[in-house]
Structure formats: C-alpha cells, structure tokens
Design a protein around this ligand. Sequence first.
Ligand code: DAH
Length: 339
Amino acid sequence: MIEQVKKYIEEVEQAGFKKLDEVEAFRIKFIGKKGIIPALFGDFKNVVKEDRKEMGILLNDLKNGVQKKITELKDQLENLQADSSEYVDLFMPVNKEAGSRHPLSIVRNEIIDIFSRIGFNVAEGPEIEDDWHNFTALNFPEEHPARDMQDTFFIEKNPDVALRTHTSSVQVRVMENEKPPIRSIFPGRVFRNEAISARAHCIFHQVEGLYIDKNVSFADLKQTLMYFAKEMFGEETGIRLRPSYFPFTEPSAEMDISCHICGGKGCNICKYSGWVEILGCGMVDPNVLKSSNIDAEEYTGFAFGMGIERITMLKYQIKDLRLFFENDLKFLRQFESAI
Ligand code: DAH
C-alpha cells in the first residue's frame, strides 16, 4: 500500500492539463466522495502498526499535494482564458502566407511617385472638416446649389462638423499655412452621402493637386496632366479637356484620356466613345486665393482632383467598385505582383 501511495504522489506532481474540465476530473478522481484519497483513509485502519506512521505522513502529503495542484492548475488555466478566449497553442507552425498590398494603395503610391518626379510633395489634412475648408473658402457661396453637388455627411447638427466631401479642402489648409511657390498633392479618404452601387460608394479616395506660383498658366496644367496620363496609362495615351464647372476653379475642365483598352476605337469600357473621364481641374479662382491670404495679383495656380478608385478600375479593368471594400483575399491577391 505504501508503494501505491508513493506512485499516486508522483502522479499528482506530474499532472498537467489544458482544460478546466480535466482539472475537475482530476479532483473527482482523487478527492471526490468515492475518490482515491477517501478510500485510502478508509483503509488506514487495516495498515499494520509499524507502517502506520509512515503511511499517515504519506497520505497527508498526497492529500495536500492534490489540493495544491488543483489550485495551481485552475489559476493557470483561468489566467490563460482571461488573456484570450481561445487556448493558444504556442507550438503551432507559423502561417507563412504573406499579405499583399491593396490595389488602391498600389495606385495611390504610383500617383505619388509620378508627381514627385516633377517636384510635387505630399500633404494631408483632416477627414472631419469645417464648412470653411470644405466649402466657403473654396468659393461655394452660402445656399448655393453647388453645395448639393456633393451630399455631405454631417456628424452633428453643427455644419462645422462634417466629413470632407473632397480633398480640395486640403488646398485651403495648405494655402493658409504656406507661402507660394506651392507644388503639392493631397491623397486621402473622402465621404459622400450616396447609395452604394457598382459605380458609387459613400467612402472613396481622391488625390488633389495644387500648383501656385508666379505666371502659372493653363498650358502648365495641360502639360502636367498629359505627363501624368502617359506615365499612368502608357506613352500612347492622349488627353482631351472639356469645359466644366467647379466653384473653386475658373476656367474649369474635365479631363478624358483616350481609352487605353481599345486605343480609342470604341469598346464597352469607353461606351464606344474612345474616351474615358478621369479628373476635374482648372485655374484656381482668385477668390480662393484671396480667402487664404494669397495675393491674386501676384500669383496664379492650377488645381486638379481625381478619384483613386476610378483610376484603379480603369487600370486593372475592375467593373465593380464594391470589390475594393470587401477584402476578399482572392480579389486582393491578384495585385501582389504589382507591388
Ligand atoms: N473636388 C472635385 C470633386 O470632388 C474635384 C476637383 C475638380 C478638384 C476640379 C479640383 C479641381 O482641384 O480643380 O469632384
């Protein structure tokens, strides 16, 4: 019997479990009503006199050992559960699959790269904007229907707490804080209260460009945009400018590129016109310069704004804008090689 008890003591010392249920089974096995320890104490009366002392000590050691082990294991497992709801297997092999860059990040970086080669730096502004930077300083008159061109998300009843509807707001912030010459692009997220479809989303990305200096002309704008179109879509790409209206530029234009899919012959991407629209642009309205305390007699400038989703869709022939936000790995992995 002494040998048997010594074996139990050893078993208890070595016990280790991964689940609380197993600890409970261990408790029942040793100190449950019909467990090993009550049985051993029951048999104590049958132990021969000479062995009683040793047996008594061993039985007490066993009992204390079991109790100590249970407390120890419970503490360990409960702490582990508090750290994470799942059991963490530290010996599991590592997941060797690398992530890939999102197509919108790839294209944003490419746009930054193209413009930085001709001396544009990058600036950013806040996504939560006030009326001044998003509208008023950009020459959107109060109550003017142009404000409805972009359905705004107001966060509070206060019109000064809204999500910016375009990255043009960053133009104002940069002009307020820097002196010309300014040659910058502003990439960022923008928000509009629009129904989500294959062609529209309430969250999307834009890159705004601004160039202010003495004697900046429409010819400079045209050359800059032509350079961009060729770098982004290929040397053979042509551009055309159509007159348009934006409150912050005068004159304003929209720019099309010759369809890089059919080379201008006509296909369903360009709706058989041979041209696809990619951005809005124009000469910065003198009122906008004045709002930011830049002398409109001394300086002129151009600005442009494009949607990163639009450029990416054209470049990779993606037909549904919602794919950018679904995070389906099968979709995202296709762009890995382009990093
Ligand atoms: N902010 C315009 C938009 O969101 C895009 C744009 C048009 C930006 C013309 C400009 C510009 O800087 O000159 O639709």
